[in-house]
Write a protein that binds this ligand. Structure first.
Ligand SMILES: *[C@@H]1O[C@H](CO)[C@@H](O)[C@H](O)[C@H]1NC(C)=O
Ligand SMILES: *[C@@H]1O[C@H](CO)[C@@H](O)[C@H](O)[C@H]1NC(C)=O
Length: 332
């Protein structure tokens, strides 16, 4: 007797389940990775950007000094702010540029750590899916490149964001170059989902330090200046969630700016190879703490309540350094 009702119930249950699966908004969040801190609870890493030129334009000199400083600080990993391979990213997973510009350049022992890479606009001119392909880890196990992700390391949370799709000119004037927008279109949905995911990941974060990494500048007096799209769409989110540091590449220089409207420190590490553009812009609202038009990189040493940031040139000389102290983050 119960047969019909059981049957009807299971059908309606299936229909409800089917409806939910189809029509609920997709709530997949940013991919999350973990990296352990050192035994003493601290963490140190290097940041390099705009580098892959087969050793040319002082890339090998920068790599050598990264090896030395990396050893001294016994770094835990390396962060790349993008434009990993010039001029046009990788052509495929077999592109020899991967070895010639990465594997055979950053050969120092201290650099045989995890590399966390994001994509720059030049990477989007090649086969993006090649750089994202885990197969590259068989060629060099250090390699990890994702579009946007969260990296948790107890005292700090990093939010890596894919900034190239924000920039209108790559879409409005694509005649100069072709871009590989697979996985990005429709653009509006891609960007609104990324902003929403960034906002909720920052809101949920309980780490004492919050560091956001993207390829494009937010504040810069270098060649590209501020990236208007990021100032409008991303900066308010970083300010709302009290992000400590935004690190980018794109401008081929080393730079430190701070802001009058928040505590965010804006760091540019885009000196991995070709530099010396020589066209420095005018300073707007924000405060310029340091600008160097040549090649180099930066290091970050983090403890629970202290951060130490140092910029180096191709001779390993310290060009600029500063410390940040802050109390423990409270969720109340
Ligand atoms: C390499 O670095 C040196 C020292 O900063 C600089 O004088 C030289 O112009 C650089 N070479 C290139 C090709 O940028
Ligand atoms: C930052 O702190 C270190 C000690 O950890 C100190 O040696 C260094 O001079 C400080 N730098 C600045 C610019 O205050």
């Amino acid at each position: 007797m119960a047969g019909f009702w059981d049957y009807a119930m299971s059908i309606s249950f299936l229909l409800v389940a089917f409806f939910c699966a189809c029509f609920l908004p997709i709530t997949a969040e940013l991919q999350r990775l973990e990296h352990p801190v050192k035994a003493d609870g601290s963490l140190s890493f290097l940041v390099i950007g705009d580098w892959g030129r087969r050793g040319h334009y002082n890339q090998s000199d920068v790599a050598y000094q990264m090896g030395r400083i990396g050893e001294k600080l016994s770094i835990d990993f390396v962060v790349s702010t993008g434009d990993n391979f010039y001029e046009d990213g990788l052509t495929s997973i077999d592109d020899p540029a991967f070895e010639k510009s990465f594997a055979k350049i950053y050969t120092a022992k201290s650099l045989q750590k995890q590399w966390y890479n994001i994509l720059g606009n030049h990477d989007y001119r090649g086969d993006v899916e090649a750089q994202l392909n885990p197969i590259l880890r068989r060629v060099d196990s250090r390699w990890l490149c994702l579009r946007s992700f969260v990296l948790n390391s107890e005292i700090v949370e990093f939010f890596f964001i894919d900034t190239t799709p924000f920039v209108d000119k790559y879409f409005l004037r694509p005649k100069h170059h072709t871009y590989d927008w697979r996985g990005v279109l429709p653009r509006k949905e891609y960007l609104s989902k990324l902003l929403k995911d960034l906002d909720s990941a920052l809101r949920d974060s309980t780490a004492n330090w919050k560091i956001v990494v993207g390829h494009h500048t937010i504040r810069s007096i270098g060649h590209h200046r501020d990236t208007r799209e990021l100032v409008m769409q991303v900066l308010p989110i970083l300010e709302e969630h009290s992000v400590d540091i935004y690190i980018n590449g794109h401008d081929h220089c080393l730079e430190h700016m701070s802001s009058k409207s928040s505590n965010i420190q804006f760091l540019t590490s885009g000196g991995g190879s070709k530099a010396w553009k020589g066209d420095i812009g005018k300073l707007g609202q924000d405060l310029l703490k340091f600008y160097y038009d040549g090649q180099g990189f930066l290091s970050v040493e983090l403890k629970q309540t202290e951060a130490k940031i140092v910029f180096y040139d191709i001779f390993g000389k310290v060009l600029h350094n500063f410390n940040i102290s802050k109390g423990l983050f409270s969720t109340m």
